[in-house]
Design a protein around this ligand. Sequence first.
Ligand code: ADP
Ligand code: MG
Ligand code: ZN
Length: 480
Amino acid sequence: MDYEPVIGLEVHAELLTHSKMFCGCAVVMSDGEPPNSHVCPVCLGMPGMLPVINQRAVEMTIMTGLALNCTIEAFNVFARKNYFYPDLPKGYQISQYEFPLCSNGWLEVETSQGAKRIGIRRVHLEEDTGKSTHAGGKSLIDFNRGGVPLMEIVTEPDFRSVEEVQAYATKLRAIVRYLDVNSGDMEKGVIRFEANISIRPAGSTELNTRTEVKNLNSFRALVRATEYELARQQKLAERGERVVQQTMGWDEDRNATVPQRSKEQAHDYRYFPEPDLPPLVIDPAWVESIKASLPELPDAKRDRFVRDYGLSRGDAELLVAEKAVADYYEAAVQQSGAKNPKAIFNWLTGELFRYMNDAGVSIEAIKITPQSLVELIELVEAGTINVNTGKRVLADMFKTGEPAKSIVEAKGLGQISDMGAIEAIVQKVLAANPGEVAKYLGGKETVLGWLVGQVMKESRGKANPGAVQEIVRKQLAARK
Ligand code: ADP
Ligand code: MG
Ligand code: ZN
């Protein structure tokens, strides 16, 4: 029997606010500060302390909800989600349950099968827990992270392939980075994925028992855990066994999902309205003003690049995946007076991306400014250097940050367009290869290309290839 995957994603993203969700403590990265240095009675859960809602966190969540085409709900209630865990000193997490801030949205993703809309069930706001580290038989807890604003984005079970899951995760990360509400720094755990996975006979509409794989901290882990879990469930189904609903973890070393606990149900948490916070009522005028100030998002930027710069949809998609890349590209296009947007695309995503990959450097950190990339391209287009020399110059620019012109001058790389000089080289090459010349004169035309190659080599790649071709032909014709 053919099975199809049914997957829903929950994504937790820490918000880039200055202070925590319900107190004035600073939000700090766990690797930057001593443990438990940014805590107070509120986020440590001391009895009698009162939370205060962080307005900026609400605003950032609304921004995200709008970017995901959600309805922003006017009436919000924070709820207590009760459970015990050492990293949760209050014994409950303040979250949203029946009344999330944003609901019923969608995000369109591109896959090899075309565009597909993924339904967004809700986006709500909660607080992060502390961070436990298990070492030497002991568990250490850092409460710096306790109370950091955490946004949860939950999809409908709309994914039918791992490719769709990856496309969504990548795009969602790009969006929160465009909005500047999350750094997207997965190694630091500021954005974490949770995959809900089930399978069903292809074509059926039922929702089968799912498993949930928590705390996936990279795209790679998300993809591999999902693939693994789908294959495991398929094997069970083929043997006529049932999938047990449970919460699982991903064991990177064993390359396998591992059961952690039986799945909790909502009623286990005894959700009830947070008695220390009044309902949060959102003014529609505020939502409108947030909407009006949203930055241009990846899809809109892609469409604009296609329209204004004549790029293909796929090329534009590649550029807008990272805002910094899109900004760099656009700065270069503007610098060049938008004369040749496609050439800039080719140099940027071809050669320059290759150097960046090899060196493991991001576009923010490279030494080549958009302006100097354009200067290089102009030297090539003007015929001062040829394309291959241009690539060598770019490699030098990447290392030193020197402008193209200085490198060309210092190394004497300017293309030889002086006909007299080229003629002399051609003469020399023909004289040195009488056998090949005879073959050509005897009718073997393909030798021409080889002779041109020899002349290019002799000029150390600096001769203008068009001129070389013409002169070689002429001099050969003169020998007929
Ligand atoms: P919980 O909060 O207990 O994790 P929810 O019902 O809110 O459960 O669903 C969480 C996620 O699981 C959502 O993304 C949803 O789309 C997905 N989901 C629900 N049922 C299934 C299913 N049968 N197969 C795959 N994903 C599912
Ligand atoms: Mg869940
Ligand atoms: Zn605090």
